[in-house]
Design a protein around this ligand. Sequence first.
Ligand SMILES: Nc1nc2c(ncn2[C@@H]2O[C@H](COP(=O)(O)OP(=O)(O)OP(=O)(O)O)[C@@H](O)[C@H]2O)c(=O)[nH]1
Length: 343
Amino acid sequence: MTVRTVPVVLVAGHLGVGKSSLVNHLLRHADGTRIGVVVNDFGALGIDAMLVAGQASSVTALSNGCLCCVTDADGLSAVLADLVAPATGLDLVVVEASGLAEPRELVRLLLASSDPHAVYGGLVAVLDACAPDLDHARLADLAVVNGLDRCGPAAVEAVRAVAPGAVVGTSHGALDPALLVDPVRRPQPAQLTLDALLREADGEHPHVAASSVSFASERPLDAGRLAAFLESGPAGVVRMKGIVRLPVGASGATGEDEERGGGVLIETPDVWEVQTVGTAIRVRPAPGRLTTRGARLVLIGTDLDEPALRAALEDCAVREDEPAPSEHAALALTRYRIDLTSA
Ligand SMILES: Nc1nc2c(ncn2[C@@H]2O[C@H](COP(=O)(O)OP(=O)(O)OP(=O)(O)O)[C@@H](O)[C@H]2O)c(=O)[nH]1
């Protein structure tokens, strides 16, 4: 059985750079998507309104204050475990790091979390458009250059030159939630939803809207070329998802591989589910109901160069005159495997 997983996104950046504004914007524009947040300071998000409305069950704070005070993965893991438990029905968890927390350390903590329901959703680094921290940009899966209204878009290009992942410019942290998670449409309850409540309490800022490119191939994709494409952080792409068939033979000449930990021999599948956020890549055997003769992928981002992206993906498709892949060819992609199946 496939375990439902919730992406956990880390939002980091210097003091006052616009992290709370960004998290607030996500909450206000969540529509049907259920977003849980981990913050140090409820006040900054106007969470009081949620508490009054009795809708704060999915919101929690670390009791010991600053996230950087969590010396091992346990403190954060316990908080995350509550949020990603299937009972909460959350679609996304956002951890807002305190202005002083070191992003590298926090990413390590998140990756160390062994919760089967949590999956690392990437590091969003919020940068000041007036003085961007390029070291943060280098670590980010998604770099948000915030404050364009104050300092203009020049920093976006400077950040793009060094950032391995996607780069988006915003004012007031106005980022489209669709850049981080698939929108979920749910029937609207009679009472005010959390996002409607928050929107009422505050003004609006136009956000950078996500766009998408769909790609379908009738031919399998070469694992090495696809991995290189994913690792390259294609311009404008914030995240990608879909299923991909690897060529026969590429999954291992024996048709078997050793399952992590258990030492059990299982068949290696040919069809893989692929998800990326910036340069954070994760793959797993595609659930049985999902299949394809070649590939079906959706790329989500801003200012997408559709013809260039299509051409790059076409290039990944295996050509008829190509020699059969080597026994270990699939590893280029399957090394990003995360085990999401329960026993
Ligand atoms: N003009 C302008 N002001 C902004 C922008 N983004 C945030 N602000 C303001 O800057 C101040 C700090 O923003 P926050 O979102 O609280 O920043 P933060 O990174 O969460 O701050 P800390 O939690 O203290 O680290 C607030 O008064 C925001 O309204 C922006 O893009 N343009």
